[in-house]
Write a protein that binds this ligand. Structure first.
Ligand code: C2O
Length: 528
């Protein structure tokens, strides 16, 4: 591989959308941010300089960071943030991955405007395991409630919102060609359906992993995930344009559908004019279409070919069971804002622990032997309080706050059941694991049954990925091999749930051999 250098200057930039101009935090003044392109095996050296008033940190979402955890990016987990006027060089090599990933800010809510594609091409002379596309196009969803008035495609809200028709993403295509769309869900809080009117999509990869190709009119994508699809254009100019739309999938009541975001697929044709030709619209499933969601996820299978095998851990060293919960805690009205029902506040937890970010980085504390007072190595392998997860809402005020990590010896083979407890809300929780890909060996609704469910696990061609939707009122089973020493964050990729504490960290110890140890930190590693 070669070394590729990038410079990210974090600065404020005025951006106008929906007829309002806002000053936002950007990379190099661009929104969405710049595209990073590398080949498998390349080294990326990205210098990030902070020219804004707030602290900054950038995460390379889905990059395995083998032994280079210092470059992973989550603030207070692998590094202290980059302070105003400071720089930090993220230096890592892309090993054994090819496809679409992305990068984003990883401190407070800054990822709402700090994000962009990270594209990994296969090695030279290694073809795709599918038809060579004529062109490749990133399609990145952003925005959403709490931070903006609209969802966006490639930063543009599209024609369905007032005052934004001219801010529409247009994909201009030629007839009879195959396009590779690299779809990324960078939205803050919503799983999205996506479709292009009158066109079928062939899913070929997710999270930089090839899958067994399958055709679908609609895809479902959670925040944090990527999906590569092939789009075959019609053989001749169709005399029409086609809307592409995305909108949320949520099963809870009281959720909004603040309409869809749309872009336009337009065939290049000399006399084409949007006003003269019809515009076809796709049909998306209802907001709460769980059966579509379930069927779609079931179709995702690793390619599992001799060239791209699915190395599913067959034996398990450690079996873990985590509850993923939203609940409420008592709120002290004098010192806190209490947004929960009946004067409570929201809290979110994994195994009844709502994760508290430390004031220094966990990885530093670990590496320099200064964990005392920073974290406890006693994250529970089972919930503190067992209950029937899908019965009536239990008394969920037994959440405690803490900075606990789960320690794994090098090369531990882990099976983890993630059980949603569905106390509030009806969304899947897109659980994202840093530093690893995992295999989704099983999933279901209701309570996980340790007697029956493992009999149906797929150990042959389960999907391999870095972010999985834990279904509302259900569970998923994942397996991974802890072959990457360091401290690795795991959290829900819905930003509002992260802020309520739906996060935890793993500490994977060094192995015995020299090439099984975390590399020493770079000299410019930021200090807290
Ligand atoms: Cu894409 Cu920890 O995040």
């Amino acid at each position: 591989g070669i070394t590729r250098h990038y410079e990210f200057n974090i600065k404020m930039q005025n951006v106008t959308r929906l007829c309002h101009t806002k000053s936002m935090v950007t990379v190099n003044g661009k929104f969405p941010g710049p595209r990073i392109v590398a080949r498998e095996g390349d080294r990326l050296v990205i210098k990030v300089t902070n020219h804004v008033a707030s602290n900054i940190s950038i995460h390379w979402h889905g990059i395995r960071q083998l032994r280079s955890g210092w470059a992973d990016g989550p603030a207070y987990i692998t590094q202290c943030p980059i302070q105003t006027g400071q720089s930090y060089v993220y230096d890592f090599t892309v090993v054994g991955q090819r496809g679409t990933l992305w990068w984003h800010g990883h401190i407070s809510w800054l990822r709402s405007t700090l994000y962009g594609p990270l594209i990994i091409l296969p090695k030279h002379n290694v073809p795709y395991p599918f038809e060579k596309p004529y062109k490749e196009v990133p399609v990145i969803f952003g925005g959403g409630p709490n931070v903006s008035d609209a969802y966006t495609i490639n930063g543009l809200p599209g024609p369905l919102y007032n005052c934004s028709a001219k801010d529409t993403f247009k994909l201009k295509v030629k007839p009879g060609k195959t396009y590779l769309l690299r779809i990324i869900n960078a939205a803050l809080n919503d799983e999205l359906f996506f479709s292009i009117a009158n066109h079928t999509l062939t899913v070929v990869a997710v999270d930089a992993i090839y899958v067994k190709p399958f055709e679908t009119d609609i895809i479902l994508i959670t925040p944090g995930q990527t999906t590569n699809v092939l789009l075959k254009t019609k053989p001749n100019f169709p005399g029409a344009a086609f809307l592409m739309t995305a909108r949320p999938y949520v099963t809870g009541q009281g959720t909004f559908d603040n309409s869809s975001v749309a872009g336009i697929l337009e065939y290049k044709f000399p006399s084409f004019h949007l006003k003269k030709h019809p515009l076809f619209k796709p049909t998306l499933p209802p907001l709460n279409d769980t059966s579509f969601a379930t069927n779609f996820t079931k179709k995702l299978r690793s390619l599992a070919s001799p060239q791209f095998p699915a190395n599913v851990p067959k034996k398990v060293d450690k079996q873990l069971f985590f509850t993923v919960s939203l609940g409420t805690n008592p709120c002290d009205h004098k010192n806190q804002t209490c947004q929960g029902p009946n004067g409570t506040k929201f809290s979110a937890s994994v195994n009844n622990i709502s994760f508290a970010l430390p004031t220094t980085a966990l990885l530093q504390a670990h590496f320099f032997g200064q964990s005392n007072g920073v974290y406890n190595p006693n994250f529970p392998i089972n919930p503190f309080h067992w209950f029937n997860y899908t019965g009536n809402p239990p008394n969920n005020t037994m959440v405690s706050n803490g900075t606990k990590v789960l320690v794994l010896p090098f090369n531990t083979s882990v099976e983890l059941i993630l059980q949603d407890t569905s106390i509030l809300g009806g969304e899947s929780h897109p659980l994202h694991l840093h530093g690893f890909n995992f295999f989704v060996v099983g999933q279901g609704f209701g309570n996980y049954d340790p007697q029956k469910d493992p009999k149906n696990f797929n150990l042959v061609d389960p999907i391999e990925r870095n972010t999985v939707g834990v279904p509302s009122g259900g569970w998923v089973a994942i397996r991974f091999l802890a072959d990457n020493p360091g401290v690795w964050f795991m959290h829900c990729h819905l930003e509002v749930h992260v802020s309520w504490g739906l996060k935890m960290a793993w500490l994977v110890l060094d192995g015995k051999l020299p090439n099984q140890k975390l590399l020493p930190p770079p000299e410019d590693l930021p200090k807290c």
